[in-house]
Write a protein that binds this ligand. Structure first.
Ligand SMILES: [Zn+2]
Ligand SMILES: [Zn+2]
Length: 820
């Protein structure tokens, strides 16, 4: 028995009710033992636990969840994990602030404890929000990169890569953030346009002054040479001579090299160690000395003489002032330039030479390119970003960091001979900062006097093995073979060159295979002002705020409908509100149906459908086809659009409005006709719920439980199978006939409105003139629907031609006359 639904839908009570129930019943659990269903694994990105979950995060996770829910309904055993990329500098900084300490005040293990405490709190906060958005994450698969159980795997991957020869330790220039005081990878350098200043300096030589243009006069103390282009006639006479560095008096050689751009500045440039990557190249190529003028904290060193201790900026000012005084500056002019900055703190990065660990990623470039071409990228532009990035890399990946809260590098150095000893697998997890395992012995000199590595790993080392970890590596080979590579790698455009790239190189090096089959890219969310959503812009919206106002299902519709997959999408309250209005519309339609279905038995046998019933069913099947195709292609905007158009317009505005008379007056139209409407409504609404379930899991569950659960028998709509399209029910002729009827009815109603008559005003006589036999015939078939809906007492369909009367839009050969 179907009971009438309550008048209104209270999302604030119903959404949490189902979230709790789903969790209690554990319906999203991945079944490790099921070997009958195909698996579908999603390598969801582990976010950095900041405690916040804004609309940008919400969009990412909505995409993952749409796929997970859809695939589950398609019969897959879906692996939908959630991890946390815990390590990192921001947490260290926050821990210092929250606990009012300096990281040096405590032994590392105590400081790490505080970071763990803070991170755990932030994770809980984010988890709460994620549950409120209704994500169907399997929380049994949760992992935290800071846990020993996880970082054991990170360390194991380090050992394996070291044994395979992919890791090495050397002194090499690296990008360095003076604020974070750590090396950073190229992927972590963000280039920004800045207005700088080009300073033209005079260098004295024995053949006269040489004019050099530079944007970094503070690097004069680190100048080790001058370079000009070999074909540059202006400078031929200087090549091979020595030039004197202004203020410092040191002499450096003038070299000719193809890499100099004669059009830049004066065509003569300083080689400094290190201003940029070309400097690194020249220093190596000409075997020039390395002078470290900038220290790791960004202050000038003693190599800078009297400028020692000044910051880079201070030193720049002071050196320019002194050069001016000495009359060594020819001119100064503003210049727009690209400056590399730290992606975390936006401080300009320096290039500093330091002993670091590297992964030989360049050796894998060709393989990365080949696999990138082989797998699918949605949308395709993401593939080109990956390819361009891979081809642009000219340095190896620096994987060591000079931080505390991170995975320790499992290595020790022999105090006697400097030999490197990397941990045995059985020692893991291990922290060389605090532990010297008993088996530690130098293979070279036999000493057991060691110093543990104090550097730690780049956090991308933690998160770039997730595909393997999800599959059960290294503990379960059987599941690894089933679940690796991941079916889907979904993430934002912002981490293609980091996460997608690092995952690719790590897994290629470890397993010789790409870690994922399809990469699904989501765009970034822009604030209401069109700029990227950011706290400092004041356009930042938390997911909780949106849920409190309109509920999770409305939020999720915004995420689905906001734009094409991969494009940046704006956050607009109007879109969320529109989503909420749709929920209300759907609820009202279902409620209307529930009132009409009191005496309906879903087990009813054959029903006699009218043309309009068949018309609705044909459109429904077509919608099912389109929505399925959209989900298959990850086009969530097309899916939600198709569902909303069908429900709102075809089902509610058109079908329901034209069948009411059949429901209300069975004595006139017959019980069979009423039953046909009941049957059609019952099945159409169920289908809408099924199609909408991945996007709006709450209202669909509520309606399913109230109307359908008893008959269908699934614990949840989310455990019901995805509908299959019945092609036999798609009938273009029926659709055309139905469209004609609906249009005529709408025109008659419009005519009533024009004459200021209520919609239910009776019409004594209606004559419809349809010139073509086919149209006339259709209208005769649906005459009952027209008469019933428009309250027409006498309806004539005439095949004649008529010039007067009301026109019917889109049908130039049909007109009608109304007699009141
Ligand atoms: Zn930084
Ligand atoms: Zn030794």
């Amino acid at each position: 028995m179907i009971k009438p639904l309550p008048k209104t839908y209270d999302f604030s009570a119903i959404e949490p009710k189902w979230q709790k129930k789903w969790e209690e019943e554990d319906i999203y659990r991945f079944d490790w033992n099921d070997k009958t269903k195909p698996t579908y694994s999603i390598d969801t990105p582990p976010p950095y636990p900041s405690g916040e979950f804004h609309m940008g995060n919400a969009l990412n996770w909505c995409y993952f969840d749409f796929v997970a829910r859809y695939k589950r309904m398609r019969g897959y055993n879906v692996y939908f994990p959630q991890g946390w990329d815990c390590h990192g500098l921001p947490t260290e900084v926050r821990a210092e602030k929250v606990f009012n300490i300096k990281k040096g005040d405590l032994p590392p293990e105590k400081f790490i404890e505080l970071c763990v405490k803070l991170t755990t709190e932030y994770i809980e906060k984010m988890k709460t929000t994620m549950k409120k958005v209704g994500y169907s994450i399997d929380w049994h698969l949760e992992y935290r990169t800071m846990n020993p159980e996880y970082y054991r795997k990170t360390q194991l991957s380090f050992i394996l890569l070291y044994k395979k020869g992919f890791l090495y330790r050397t002194e090499h220039p690296v990008n360095w953030c003076p604020r974070c005081e750590t090396a950073i990878a190229e992927a972590e350098v963000e280039y920004v346009e800045k207005t700088g200043e080009m300073v033209y300096l005079k260098f004295a030589t024995e053949v006269g002054n040489l004019l050099i243009a530079t944007t970094r006069p503070e690097l004069i103390p680190a100048c080790v040479g001058i370079a000009v282009h070999p074909d540059d006639q202006r400078y031929v006479k200087y090549v091979g001579k020595m030039a004197e560095i202004p203020l410092f008096g040191r002499k450096v050689p003038v070299l000719a090299d193809e890499k100099v751009d004669p059009k830049f500045g004066t065509g003569a440039v300083m080689i400094c160690t290190f201003g940029d990557k070309t400097d690194v190249y020249w220093q190596k190529r000409y075997n020039l000395p390395v002078i470290k003028a900038i220290a790791e904290n960004g202050a000038m060193t003693s190599a800078a003489g009297k400028y020692k201790g000044l910051t880079v900026e201070e030193s720049k000012k002071a050196i320019i002032a002194d050069l001016e005084k000495a009359g060594l500056i020819e001119k100064r002019e503003p210049l727009s330039q690209r400056v590399g900055t730290c992606w975390r703190c936006h401080t300009p990065v320096e290039i500093i030479s330091k002993l670091q660990w590297f992964m030989n990623t360049r050796a894998l470039a060709d393989e990365v390119v080949a696999w990138t071409e082989k797998i699918s990228w949605i949308p395709e532009f993401a593939k080109y970003r990956m390819l361009d990035w891979t081809r642009s890399l000219d340095w190896d990946w620096v994987i060591s960091r000079q931080r505390i809260f991170a995975t320790p590098i499992p290595a020790w150095y022999c105090k006697q001979c400097g030999n490197i000893v990397v941990a045995e697998e059985t020692w893991l997890p291990v922290d060389p900062r605090t532990t010297n395992p008993s088996g530690l012995k130098c293979q070279k000199c036999g000493s057991n006097d060691f110093i543990g590595e104090s550097d730690v790993m780049d956090t991308w080392m933690d998160s770039s093995i997730t595909c393997a970890v999800h599959a059960g590596w290294p503990d379960n080979l059987e599941t690894f073979n089933r679940l690796f590579p991941a079916d889907l790698q979904p993430n934002g455009t912002d981490i293609i060159r980091t996460w997608d790239y690092y995952l690719m190189v790590r897994h290629l090096a470890l397993f010789g295979q790409a870690p994922y089959k399809i990469v699904l890219i989501n765009g970034m969310v822009r604030g209401t002002d069109g700029r990227m959503m950011h706290k400092s812009y004041g356009n930042y919206v938390e997911a909780q705020e949106v849920i409190a106002k309109y509920g999770a299902d409305a939020l999720r519709q915004w995420a689905a409908g906001g734009g094409a997959t991969g494009s940046d999408i704006p956050f607009r309250w109007e879109d969320v509100e529109y989503g909420w209005k749709f929920i209300v519309k759907l609820w009202n339609a279902a409620r209307f149906a529930s009132l009409q279905l009191k005496d309906y038995n879903p087990k009813v046998g054959k029903v006699e459908l009218t043309l309009l019933d068949k018309w609705l069913i044909s459109k429904l099947e077509e919608t099912t086809k389109n929505v399925t195709e959209a989900f298959e292609n990850f086009q969530f905007n097309l899916a939600i659009e198709a569902i909303r158009t069908f429900t709102w317009h075809i089902l509610c505005d058109q079908y329901i409005e034209t069948v009411k008379h059949r429901l209300y007056r069975p004595e006139q139209h017959g019980e069979k006709s009423r039953l046909a409407v009941q049957y059609t409504l019952y099945n159409a609404i169920y289908r809408v719920l099924q199609l909408l379930a991945p996007i709006c899991p709450h209202i669909t569950e509520e309606l399913y439980q109230l109307i359908y659960a008893e008959e269908k028998g699934y614990t949840s709509i989310h455990l019901s199978p995805w509908p299959t399209v019945n092609e036999a029910l798609i009938d273009k002729t029926v659709e055309e006939q139905g469209n004609l009827t609906i249009t005529v009815i709408e025109e008659i109603r419009r005519a009533k409105a024009k004459n200021k008559l209520p919609l239910n005003a009776p019409i004594k006589r209606l004559v419809i003139f349809a010139e073509e036999d086919k149209a006339a015939e259709t209208l005769r078939i649906t005459a009952n629907d027209i008469a019933g809906t428009c309250k027409v007492e006498e309806l004539n369909i005439s095949a004649g031609k008529e010039e007067t009367g009301f026109p019917v839009e889109g049908y130039p050969n049909i007109r009608f006359l109304i007699e009141l």
